[in-house]
Design a protein around this ligand. Structure first.
Ligand code: PEP
Ligand code: MG
Length: 755
């Protein structure tokens, strides 16, 4: 007897819906369901296996097999064909099931007379909760349409299972139970601070409320409208660079577009609608299959693409539901922890800052723009939490520690209490650091160290007074360019720079010219994809090739600093000629303004970042030309070790406190000091007390860091004897240690240095 839907899949679905809504226990309904499926689909057997504790699949209902086997016959996940379907979460169809190597004969069922088998997983919330199987006596091939119908039925069954009358949901699988357990991500701390709150999805998921459609054509039309608006939105985002949230990678958008225009994807959804589902349920079903397959794929590139597809399906769902694209438009809980795959800085700024307490990202690196903006706002961020979106449920309690890079979801009461205590301690410490604000930054052996602050947005400026920073050691001008949707005009640049200088008053400010390009993509600038963006066309390289950009910026700086001192430096200089060229452009601009009678700065100090190792070997030629040097240790050491600073797989492999790195820093510092050129360091290492201790030991007397680090670093140096520290480092720096971290920690402990 052949299998095939009698009266069509929609008639069957309607019938199943009546059964589900009808009288009787859940078991009665399940029995009626298998009878209906078998009759309607002209299958000799229809059975439902459900997942029980211990990852065992139990025969829950059957039409065609021995009824005595119900609740007795079981298989482990991975065992037999049913177990294989549960394990792989993929449909299986076999004309000759018994010849399959995985076939396991269950004598109690009397299934030996059936040759062909088709089975599909029953998936709920991304997890396999059972298997639906049909069997026929004859050896026959099941076609795609039949498998589709089975999958649609499985989706309806998943709803019935989800009601919890058949199996306690905690039993569905161990992984379901695990889902409720706390889980911890050891990610990367992207912005300091500690917060506890309630998880909110940056891109909220839409819950499917109606599964079965009344009118398939109406659903098809809804899909058409939503698909068109989704495509329009993505095309607009790509075409109108204004709408691309800065930091959202163009290739992700390109992938979205590719999928959004993919006929296969749309056809699958349409097929699911034709089988009787609503448009939302159809998208969800296709997405469920994708998710199930994702579980099997290990290739990172393919996994990425599949998560792109999943994101896109979420977007389509929101278009169907007429919802906004992100949660920024919704009312946030009082203490919200935002969870996202990735995010642009402008998107972050859309949120109500009084309620947003922390951000957890699947992607992101310490230098991603969202991290930099979050630091300015004082919002802790943890990145690198791979696949967190697959596990997190909106409303989960979350603890985020941006200092250690840990994000804990559903913490146990003990962990939550420990964190609350920690939060309190940090508040106390903050008060202690605030008390240090006006104390001199002087070591116990009387050495003054200047602690400067890094900044880039106006939100950073109040920190100058709060922290008692000596000034701004690095003003990253590119941030203004990154957070605005169009290229900032000359007037806007002048306004920002003047505002910064006003806020700083007598305190010095070092402006760094645009460090864009490579991975720091401007939303409105069409970039070229590069194999190695960090080593690519960025910073000084880009602006020397496009001098108009640099000229405008230097003009803005010269005008803003009229009547005061202007300190300006250039990023990523790799050789002296580049510095000369940039300085020449500054001089041309200065003369131009002079000719126009513009008030000029009373003095102009010109320096460079030292973040390319080659420049460290050109100091004799460079030092006579510069007023100051600022070491960009983030870039310098990533190039020194050839380890991408944003890639957690390698960024932790080499230590900044390795003797080799310390020697480089020591030698640069010594050469500058001997030549009477001011030397400072403005990479992230300056803000970590232990690293800062080493830097001071190496000879640095000026360092620049994030505002939150000034208190801890000042507390450290006020308890440090530099003479002892230097002598200790000298004994170790030529030695064989891979890193001096452990030894320096012991030194600090033994000498009462507060790290
Ligand atoms: C650095 O490289 O250390 C630096 C301060 O520059 P940025 O982090 O902006 O690249
Ligand atoms: Mg840099």
């Amino acid at each position: 007897m052949a299998m095939g839907a009698v009266g069509g899949p929609r008639a069957l679905l309607r019938r199943l819906r009546e059964v589900m809504a009808g009288p009787g226990s859940a078991q009665d309904r399940l029995d009626r369901i298998v009878r209906n499926i078998a009759a309607n689909m002209v299958a000799d057997v229809c059975s439902i296996y459900l997942m029980r504790a211990g990852r065992r699949l139990e025969l829950f209902a059957t039409e065609g097999l021995n009824p005595d086997a119900v609740h007795k016959a079981t298989l482990r996940v991975g065992e037999g064909l049913v177990g294989t379907i549960a394990d792989t979460a993929l449909p299986l169809s076999l004309p000759d099931a018994q010849s399959h190597p995985k076939f396991a004969y269950l004598p109690e069922t009397g299934e030996e007379i059936y040759h062909s088998l088709v089975g599909v997983p029953i998936i709920r919330a991304g997890r396999v909760v059972g298997v639906l199987v049909a069997q026929n006596r004859t050896m026959r091939e099941y076609d795609e349409d039949e498998i589709d119908v089975m999958q649609t039925i499985a989706m309806v069954l998943a709803e019935l299972v989800g009601q919890g009358d058949l199996v306690d949901p905690a039993e569905f699988s161990e992984s379901e139970a695990r889902r409720r357990e706390p889980y911890t991500y050891d990610g990367v701390g992207l912005a300091e601070g500690l917060a506890m709150g309630v998880a909110v999805l940056h891109e909220p998921r839409v819950a499917v409320e109606r599964l079965i459609a009344e009118d398939a054509q109406a659903e098809m039309n809804r899909l058409g409208v939503a698909m068109a608006s989704l495509r329009k939105r993505i095309d607009a985002m790509l075409a109108d660079q204004d709408m691309v949230p800065a930091g959202e990678h163009r290739d992700v958008l390109e992938t979205y577009r590719m999928f959004a225009h993919d006929r296969g994807w749309r056809e699958k959804i349409e097929e699911a609608i034709r089988s009787g589902l609503t448009a939302e349920a159809a998208v969800e079903r296709v997405q469920m299959e994708t998710r199930a397959r994702m579980g099997q794929i290990t290739d990172p590139y393919l996994r990425e693409r599949l998560s792109d597809l999943e994101d896109l399906a979420n977007r389509l769902m929101r278009h169907l539901a007429g919802k906004t694209e992100t949660a920024a438009g919704d009312v946030l809980p009082e203490e919200a922890i935002l969870v996202a795959r990735s995010m642009g800085p402008a998107e972050l700024l859309d949120y109500d800052r009084s309620r947003l307490k922390a951000v957890v990202l699947e992607e992101g690196s310490p230098t991603s723009h969202v991290a930099i903006v979050a630091r300015g706002l004082g919002i802790p961020v943890v990145g690198g939490c791979e696949r967190v979106l697959e596990r997190v449920e909106p409303g989960d309690i979350a603890v985020v520690d941006g200092d250690t890079g840990q994000a804990i979801f559903r913490p146990t009461p003990e962990v939550a209490a420990a964190f609350s205590e920690n939060l309190l301690i940090r508040v106390e410490r903050k008060a202690e650091y605030a008390a240090l604000r006006d104390m001199p930054a002087t070591t116990t052996d009387g050495i003054d160290v200047k602690l400067f602050m890094n900044a880039g947005l106006t939100v950073d400026l109040p920190h100058l007074d709060e922290t008692g920073a000596a000034g701004i050691g690095l003003f990253r001008t590119e941030l203004q360019f990154m957070v605005s949707s169009t290229m900032p005009r000359l007037a806007a640049q002048i306004e920002l720079y003047a505002h910064v200088l006003n806020a700083a008053g007598e305190r010095p400010v070092i402006f760094r010219t645009l460090d864009v390009g490579g991975d720091k993509v401007l939303p409105y600038m069409v970039g070229q994809r590069e194999e190695n963006p960090a080593l690519g066309w960025r910073a000084i390289r880009l602006v020397l090739d496009r001098p108009a950009l640099l000229r405008y910026q230097l003009r803005a700086l010269l005008i803003a600093a009229g009547g005061r001192t202007l300190s300006v430096m250039f990023p990523m200089v790799a050789d002296v000629a580049e510095f000369r060229q940039a300085r020449q452009i500054l001089e041309v601009e200065r003369r131009r303004l002079e000719r126009m009678g513009q008030t000029l700065p009373v003095s102009i100090r010109v320096g460079t970042m030292l973040e390319v190792p080659a420049l460290a070997y050109q100091l004799p030629a460079l030092l006579p030309l510069v007023d100051f040097i600022s070491v960009g240790s983030n870039d310098l050491l990533q190039f020194f070790f050839a380890a991408d600073r944003g890639n957690p797989k390698v960024s932790g492999r080499y230590d900044l406190l390795a003797p080799s790195a310390l020697k480089l820093l020591r030698d640069v510092c010594a050469a500058c000091t001997a030549a009477g050129v001011s030397i400072s360091l403005c990479g992230e290492m300056a803000g970590r007390p232990l690293e800062a201790m080493a830097l001071i030991g190496l000879g640095f007397r000026s360092i620049s860091m994030n505002a939150v680090s000034i208190g801890p670093v000042k507390a450290m140096l006020r308890s440090l004897d530099v003479g002892q520290c230097r002598a200790y480092i000298d004994t170790l720096i030529e030695g064989p240690d891979r890193t001096l971290r452990g030894k320096l920690e012991s030194f600090a402990r033994d000498h009462g240095v507060r790290i």
